[in-house]
Design a protein around this ligand. Structure first.
Ligand code: GDP
Length: 371
């Protein structure tokens, strides 16, 4: 392959190794190209011909480079986050990278949470989380890109908030960025049927521009998988099971001290000590089986049944999961133990001592109850 080949849509260097990364084009297509041909990567090709975007991933360094470019622009920065994976999808350094540019948070996938949850409370909790990371979003919107819930209203507000500036949409992978941008494209192309992509000189970062008006654009930026998210360790098939698609049904378990609940084979929750028998509420994809056992038998159960009774991961997965690692917490106020990218367990009683287990590398953390 000629290393100098560059996509004329997004500027990414053409490569044929990683379909999920910027600039991908199958080798069979590359071989047919003449040096003088215009070359589009697969992502830009699909955008041009099918008006459909796909997310691509950047390396950590490229992602930082891209963020660094943000403060050179006069732009409104839209950080799309996944309500089901708040901590995993907040980009910690975004405020610094944004410079003087305002940031708004758009929390996607609200359809996954119980309908009884008050939007004002949810917005408040998201704002608090943002503040914990030193981020001061100008506004927090709640949408469901998949169900088109509140997307139009958000677009109308965006038009007011951007005050004539361009808009950059940034987010980690799996937050639903492609789903949202595709909807925006569909709305924008009702009359006129093509989207122009344009090359950013000097960048190889796979950004895509969607015109908003004559002088301003909406820029879809590539995502990044944070290594602390469960999704980093799963195959696409496993990720499909672990990513909830429908409203998540809270599952309450009455546990005694010394009892354990497995979330498939992806995480484990041990009730160590507390005020006797108590209720713990699990929030995770409905397709993940929860399995209760005695803590003293849990290690053995895991070794013998991971990939079968305890699934996902799938049996003989080509991407073996790292060993589960244990983290201990003592609850001081009603809290959630969050398994990054998988879900959480709500605990009410102060002074409860628990352990959360996740594949080594994945984050597990404690936060004030979300719901
Ligand atoms: P990207 O990696 O950020 O581009 O994310 P995608 O658009 O590919 O979406 C990742 C996953 O989340 C897919 O399984 C989508 O169907 C799902 N998804 C996207 N938006 C929503 C939403 O509003 N609600 C729900 N429940 N799922 C969504």
């Amino acid at each position: 392959m000629n290393d100098q080949m560059v996509c004329i849509g997004c500027g990414a260097t053409i490569q044929h190794h990683s379909p999920d990364k910027a600039g991908f084009l199958p080798q069979s297509v590359i071989k047919k190209k003449e040096p003088t041909d215009d070359i589009y990567c697969k992502r830009c090709f699909r955008l041009r011909h099918y008006n459909e975007v796909q997310d691509v991933e950047l390396t950590d360094d490229d992602f930082l480079n891209m963020l660094q470019e943000l403060n050179k622009e006069d732009a409104l920065i839209v950080n799309l986050i996944d309500i089901f994976d708040l901590n995993g999808s907040i980009i910690p350094g975004i405020q610094r990278f944004a410079g003087q540019n305002p940031i708004i948070f758009v929390a996607n996938k609200v359809d996954l949470l119980p309908k009884s949850l008050k939007p004002a409370r949810l917005r408040q909790r998201i704002t608090e989380q943002a503040h914990n990371y030193g981020i001061r979003p100008q506004n927090v919107y709640l949408i469901s890109a998949l169900n088109k819930h509140s997307v139009e209203e958000f677009m109308e507000q965006l038009e007011k908030e951007r005050k004539g500036r361009s808009v950059y949409i940034v987010g980690t992978t799996n937050v639903g960025k492609s789903t949202l941008v595709n909807q925006i494209i569909n709305n924008a192309t009702e009359e006129e049927n093509t989207i122009t992509t344009s090359y950013f000189p000097g960048t190889t970062l796979g950004k895509i521009e969607i015109p908003l008006d004559d002088n301003h654009v909406l820029v879809d930026t590539p995502g990044i998988i944070q290594k602390t998210q469960m999704s980093y360790y799963l195959t696409p098939k496993e990720l499909k099971i672990a990513t909830p698609r429908k409203e998540v049904k809270p599952r309450a378990y009455q546990l005694n001290e010394g009892q354990t609940v497995f979330l498939g084979g992806l995480a484990r929750f041990d009730y160590i000590r507390g005020d006797g028998n108590q209720s713990f509420v699990f929030y995770a994809s409905n397709e993940i089986n929860l399995h209760r056992t005695k803590t003293e038998k849990a290690d053995e159960l895991y070794v013998n049944h991971v990939g079968e009774l305890l699934t996902p991961p799938l049996k003989n997965s080509p991407k073996p999961l790292p060993k589960l690692k244990r983290y201990e917490f003592t609850i001081k106020e009603p809290s959630d133990i969050v398994f990054s990218g998988l879900g959480w367990v709500a605990i009410d009683d102060p002074q409860t001592k628990i352990a959360g287990w996740v594949p080594e590398g994945v984050d597990v953390m404690i936060r004030k109850q979300l719901i």
